[in-house]
Design a protein around this ligand. Sequence first.
Ligand SMILES: [Zn+2]
Length: 421
Amino acid sequence: MSNGNFAAITRRQFCRLSAASLPAIAFGGGFFAHSAPPKQNGKRDFDILIQGGTVIDPSQNFNAQLDVAIANGKIAAVAKDIPANQARKVISAAGKIVCPGLIDIHAHVYEGVGIQGLSPDRGWLAKGVTTVVDAGSAGYTTIAGLRKYIGSTSQTRVHALVDIGTLGLVAGISGTMENMAYVQPKETAEAVKSNKPFVVGVKVRLSKAVAGSQDMEGLRRTREAAEAAGVPMMVHIGDTYSPLRNILDQMRKGDVLTHCFHPEPHGLLDERGKILPEVLEARQRGIVFDVGHGSSHFGFDVAAQCLQQGFLPDTISSDLTTRTAAGPVFDFLTTLSKFFCLGLRVDDVIQMATSNAARAFDFGLPLGTLRPGSEADVAILELRDGSFAFTDSLRKDRTARQKLFPAQTIRGGKLFEAPRG
Ligand SMILES: [Zn+2]
């Protein structure tokens, strides 16, 4: 994978090279920023101290044993040997990974509206994901409800993309974009603008099952809405009526292509398994390639062929719903771990699920980092060794020798405790 043109490679290599000399690296900015342990002043300055874990923070090229101190909902310090008596609560992370709270940019969390939405706190936050982007569960008529009843009541940081199809996923049927009366760019753009920064973009689903033969008209209207609202669009591909080239032609820098490793017609590969030139050109233009696993959108063989040609995903997302929670997706950490079957390492997948995901949309504040002064969204994970079987959307199995498991999650400086029952 050394011929890849994606920054993950060089950053990962740098990360490994620099790990040994980490304590000498000065931290950038932040009130409590330290490159040495904070001075002992007898006061308990910190609300929480996470001690003894391996901190993996690709945004700062960290992979080293460090402590993380939290105060007033923000990261206060990341340093070696911060004294336990400076914190009101100490969490031991010995033998575990401590990383920025994970970000899933393709989730479905509109619980109780439609049939696919899962509780973000139970489905994501309990498993290390502190930020989710609901990818088009709601259209312009229902987005305000997603914001009011899910966004503002969940401990998980919830953002959303407004589906260009008015029905979003509410109808629970296919063909929801075959009738263009349900695809209204002006109203969609207004809904985006009046729900910022909760809403971060516009979503369109272009599969034949959703849009029939009208994918290009649906995409044209999506782009009109996204441009009018000043946000990117997320484009769902897989078994589209039109070839991928036509779809990529309508996408601009910062737009997200989701389900990038889908095994259906009109994917990233030609008939000989080579990456299409228009895909490489789209990456050069700054289009974001996102995994969006889902029920039918992730094939191990397609992903393996892409990775062998140096084409890594920019972001890994789950497309987790009530249906796919029973398999083949299961959850976000399982989705990340599937890439261990394909040769990626833990630093790589954490980068895709933190700093890369944070750049995919404008969340209104810096996420996906443990830089002092940033939001104290932190995941504590276990990387277990063993033999783990994983399955893709075609029910093809692969095994990996490692798998990520959740341990604890801190969101906005508060330790998340899963509700009973
Ligand atoms: Zn989806």
